[in-house]
Design a binder for this molecule. Structure first.
Ligand SMILES: Cc1ncc(COP(=O)(O)O)c(C=O)c1O
Length: 413
């Protein structure tokens, strides 16, 4: 008998789906920054998309009241009556009429998008995801068995897809098109005429679902919004799109509530029913406390938003000035709270710390190491020549972090 201890049996394999999965680069950078902070390092995070403010007091009051009234029961998968009513009314205020059976709650906008793709996409179906895109879109499409098709809008064209590019990307296999206005990661806002041109293309393809990720639609700044106080919507110019248009909303960004995880969908009833079916076999319902808070946010006074938008515009201008100083080209965003500067010009250069910047990933790694500033590599969003900066955080921290970015680039040879 051999004295060698028996090797433990290998674990059973994870699914093929998991082998193909690319975990979120945004969450990876955010976790690395958090760990450095916990280890006592002074890290400034410009990585994850947190809006940088807390919701108004009435939101917390509603959450406390929900705790006091808690019955401990399972709740409606569609969402509480108050949340459904508040969401329908908030959509109406934006000019969109939806019945209560055409809306439902989901676990954040992210959970909504994930379940929507599961509900719509068959193996091998194509989903058009204009690049630069929010990092999770292509991964979600792949998890649903679909194939992301990513026409690219480059910096020279303001990171905005043209109608002709969209037309060329749609094929006989296209099942859905994702549209996000204003955009994460670029902050670019499609103006009403540009949205109408995209809508005109979509109107020609009746076999295609349209997923409109509108979670930043109220975070729009000067210009580009026409009469409405929100970003232009595909339905504004082409109301006939409503029958295959799916709107994703969330309280995360507009109300300063990303951790509360409340997203909402407005869509044709058949799609909402499919989501409710998935909900009934997955998370069942959102917690009463978060639904009460979200209902209060949607139905309460909205005046806090003007102040937050003014702060965001100020911070956006500060970032743009710093990027200009650093010589990093960047189109001027008109919404959300991201900028997407090009850093290609730094590739091949040596930093003050003596390391070579090979690509977007090493740019971000070295920036974190040498200046303790966390940003996300652009490759995660479909443009490896850029980085994404989320600028909505604390103003003092932003100023210090931007000084670090300028010093980092100026120190390169
Ligand atoms: C474009 C876009 N869609 C959806 C989400 C998901 O947001 P949440 O799940 O917090 O509602 C995000 C979050 O950053 C986003 O930027």
């Amino acid at each position: 008998m051999s004295n060698t201890p028996a090797l433990p049996a290998p674990l059973p394999e994870l699914s093929a789906r998991m082998k193909a999965l690319q975990p979120s680069a945004i969450i990876k950078v955010a976790n690395a920054a958090r760990e450095m902070k916990e280890a006592g390092e002074k890290v400034m995070s410009l990585s994850i998309g947190v809006p940088g403010f807390l919701p108004p007091a009435h939101v917390y009051e509603a959450a406390h009241a929900a705790v006091d009234q808690d019955s401990g029961d399972y709740l409606a998968g569609r969402g509480s009556a108050a949340l459904v009513k508040a969401f329908v009314a908030s959509m109406k205020a934006k000019g969109f009429e939806y019945a209560e059976n055409e809306v439902c709650a989901q676990v954040g906008g992210k959970g909504a998008l994930f379940n929507l793709l599961l509900a719509l996409v068959n193996d091998g179906d194509e989903v058009v995801v204009p690049a630069p895109y929010w990092a999770s879109y292509p991964e979600m499409v792949k998890l649903a068995g679909g194939v992301p098709v990513c026409p690219t809008a480059d910096a020279q064209h303001g990171y905005k897809l043209t109608a002709a590019q969209l037309e060329a990307a749609i094929s006989g296999k296209t099942k859905a098109v994702l549209f996000n206005n204003p955009s994460n990661p670029t902050g670019m806002l499609y103006h009403p005429d540009e949205v109408a041109a995209i809508a005109a293309v979509l109107a020609k393809h009746p076999g295609v679902w349209i997923i409109s990720d509108d979670i930043y639609d109220e975070l729009v700044f000067e210009g580009g919004v026409g009469e409405a106080k929100r970003a232009a919507q595909l339905m504004d110019s082409h109301p006939e799109l409503r029958e295959r248009l799916i709107i994703v909303q969330s309280v995360s960004k507009t109300y300063g509530m990303p951790g509360w995880r409340v997203g909402m969908v407005a869509a044709p009833k058949v799609v909402v029913d499919a989501l409710l079916g998935l909900t009934s076999q997955s998370f069942t319902n959102l917690p009463a406390v978060t639904m009460a808070a979200a209902a209060a946010a949607l139905s309460g006074p909205q005046d806090f938003l003007a102040e937050q938008k003014a702060r965001l515009v100020k911070q956006r201008d500060e970032v743009l000035a710093a990027l200009e100083k650093a010589g990093l080209p960047c189109p001027k965003p008109e919404g959300a709270f991201y900028v997407f500067p090009q850093v290609k010009g730094c590739f091949g250069k040596t930093t003050a710390g003596g390391a070579v910047v090979a690509d977007d990933v090493s740019f971000c790694q070295l920036l974190l190491r040498e200046e303790k500033v966390a940003c996300v590599p652009g490759g995660a969003f479909g443009d490896a020549g850029a980085i994404r900066i989320s600028y909505a955080g604390k103003p003092e921290e932003l100023t210090t972090a931007l000084a670090g970015v300028v010093r980092f680039v100026a120190g390169m040879k």
